[in-house]
Design a binder for this molecule. Structure first.
Ligand code: SAH
Length: 216
């Protein structure tokens, strides 16, 4: 981070210009986005860009999502403190930290060993003890800890992974970027209630690929 820049002020600006300006209003989400030090979730060389309006590379062809997309998905999840949330695609650990900051118990799965190791260490160092990390194919979910009040997939797949449908609590909400072509998907919001699902679709997004047993 360049000398003279104040991360807290950069976060205030990020929230007002990129997130509130686009219509996110959930105070819990806005407060968490103002608090989590995003610049510590990217490599030092990219820290100066951490509060910009874009996704950033985190190595191994993967990215930390654009701040607005993190805020939008967190708002769509309708999380409350104390809820259990399963995240597929830990990546940098930033989204998990935002959920933990809100007071959720977060279970996050990453399939890429070095990203898993770096994120786990980072989250521990930052004292996000409400986040549990696992190295595995997240399209299988985390059956030992199911059911989850909320499930968030942060990579784009061909369809909603079947095991996740079963691991969602009732009532529960799950968000998955789904699309035919890689790197261009729609955000699918699934609600489970009384044993049945309803589906809503929210605009286009561009996530890295969800791979694995129920992925590409
Ligand atoms: N939520 C992350 C960004 C995720 S990028 C953040 O806040 O930084 C998508 C991540 O999903 C990548 O790290 C990729 O390795 C991971 N991924 C892709 N397929 C996966 C799978 N089947 N199981 C677990 N992780 C997966």
């Amino acid at each position: 981070m360049a000398v003279g820049t104040d991360p807290k002020r950069m976060r205030e600006r990020m929230v007002s210009e990129q997130i509130e300006a686009r219509g996110v209003t959930d105070e819990r989400v806005l407060a968490a986005m103002r608090k989590v030090p995003r610049h510590l979730f990217v490599q030092e060389a990219l820290a100066a860009h951490a509060y910009g309006d874009s996704a950033l590379p985190i190595g191994h062809g993967q990215t930390i999502s654009q701040p607005y997309i993190v805020a939008l998905m967190t708002e769509l999840l309708e999380v409350k403190p104390g809820m259990t949330v399963l995240e597929i695609g830990t990546g940098s650990g930033y989204q998990a930290a935002v959920l933990a900051e809100i007071g959720c118990e977060v279970y996050t799965v990453e399939r890429q060993r070095s990203l898993y190791a770096i994120a786990r260490e980072r989250l521990l160092e930052m004292r996000y003890f409400k986040v549990k990390c696992k190295l595995d194919d997240g399209t299988l979910g985390w059956p030992e800890e199911a059911p989850f009040d909320r499930i968030l997939v942060t990579a784009g797949g061909p369809s909603v992974p079947e095991p996740l449908l079963e691991q969602l609590a009732d009532p529960g909400i799950m968000i998955v970027p789904v699309g035919r072509s890689k790197r261009s998907q729609e955000l699918v919001v699934l609600r489970k209630k009384d044993g049945s699902f309803t589906e809503e679709r929210h605009g286009g997004v561009a996530f890295v690929d969800l791979v694995g047993m129920h992925g590409w």
